[in-house]
Design a protein around this ligand. Structure first.
Ligand code: APR
Length: 314
């Protein structure tokens, strides 16, 4: 396995959990944490570095005090951003995170120009689109992490209803990472066997709804968004790229005619390997699923327009 150097920008809940997961599984040779609050990156890098004493493979965990100290990464994972606060509209949040993501993208270009970028900051599809445009990188090298997480959530609910081990469930979620996400039952199976063989129609409806509410359910309990499953989903993508394992993982990518859409990001199944997105898989969708994807694209486009009208691409 080719264990590379992974930069993580934003050492909050998701960023630090990702570093921990990568280090415990020995996926990366080196991890560098950066956060706008330097002490957060320093403290967590030291803590995770000390945990590696018990790992089977060695991982060096470093921190970067300034963006220029994060150099030569094979992959950079971007989890930086601010959560929505009281009185803040969605477009306020959109603009705040867009400015953060824009600055970060320029720094990645400067200091790790060879890197493949995995975007995690929300709103995910819009931030991935922004990073693609600001970076000037090919769409194969700017990948939004969404379907890996939403699929893992769907697998969890399928496993609960079928009493089958979650690791044997292949669950596929398409579309926007948000209200319009589309759990795709026809693309999901348990050890290759159709879900409908194990689960009745009304339970399947529940699985779809629970998956769509997956993130919100955790916020209700914790008062903040999830981080363990996001971290595992990110690390699975990192592993697929570093290991060139050609895994099929739904990801948010820029489309150029696939599924009938152009100049937009959307969550679709892709093959991940050493070059990033090596192939976008076009499924033959029924009209109901296509209509749901149309809604996703409209919603993503609406937010992209807000960024355009505020001059963020300039
Ligand atoms: N550069 C680097 N780090 C930054 C910047 C910046 N410009 N701005 C903010 N950060 C850091 C914060 O200091 C914080 O440590 O990003 C981190 C975000 O961490 P959390 O607030 O703990 O948020 P988290 O739960 O990790 O979510 C991060 O992932 O799933 C998405 O919606 C989520 O967009 C959010 C992101």
């Amino acid at each position: 396995m080719n264990r590379g150097k992974v930069g993580i920008i934003g050492a909050g809940f998701v960023g630090a959990s990702t570093a921990y997961t990568l280090a415990m599984l020995g996926i990366a040779r080196e991890i560098v944490l950066y956060d706008i609050i330097a002490d957060v990156a320093i403290g967590k890098a030291i803590d995770i570095g000390q945990a590696t004493n018990f790992s089977s493979k060695s991982t060096v965990v470093n921190y970067a005090i300034e963006p220029k100290n994060m150099v030569g990464c094979d992959i950079v994972v971007v989890t930086a951003g601010v959560p929505r606060k009281d009185g803040m509209s969605r477009s306020d949040l959109l603009m705040i995170n867009a400015k953060i993501v824009k600055e970060i993208t320029n720094n990645i270009n400067r200091y790790s120009p060879e890197a493949i970028i995995i975007c995690v900051s929300n709103p995910l599809d819009v931030m991935t689109y922004l990073m693609h445009h600001i970076s000037g990188l090919g769409r194969d090298r700017v990948i939004g992490m969404a379907g890996a997480l939403d699929g893992a959530r769907m697998a969890h609910y399928i496993a609960q209803k079928s009493s089958v081990n979650s690791s044997k469930v292949d669950a596929m979620v398409l579309g926007e990472h948000g209200d319009n996400m589309t759990p795709y039952i026809k693309g999901s199976s348990i050890s290759g066997i159709p879900i409908s063989q194990f689960i009745g129609a009304s339970d399947i409806e529940d699985i779809i709804e629970d998956t769509q509410k997956g993130g919100a359910t955790i916020v209700q309990h914790l008062g903040t968004s999830a981080y363990y499953a996001p971290a595992r989903a990110i690390s699975a993508m990192v592993e697929a790229i570093l290991d060139d394992s050609k895994m099929i993982i739904s990801s948010s990518v820029v489309l150029d005619g696939e599924y009938g859409y152009k100049d937009t990001t959307l969550g679709v199944p892709v093959i991940l390997g050493k070059n990033g997105v090596e192939e976008i898989i076009e499924l033959d969708l029924d009209s109901d699923t296509k209509a749901k994807l149309d809604k996703s694209v409209s919603s993503i486009q609406e937010n992209i327009e807000i960024l355009k009208s505020n001059g963020i691409f300039g």
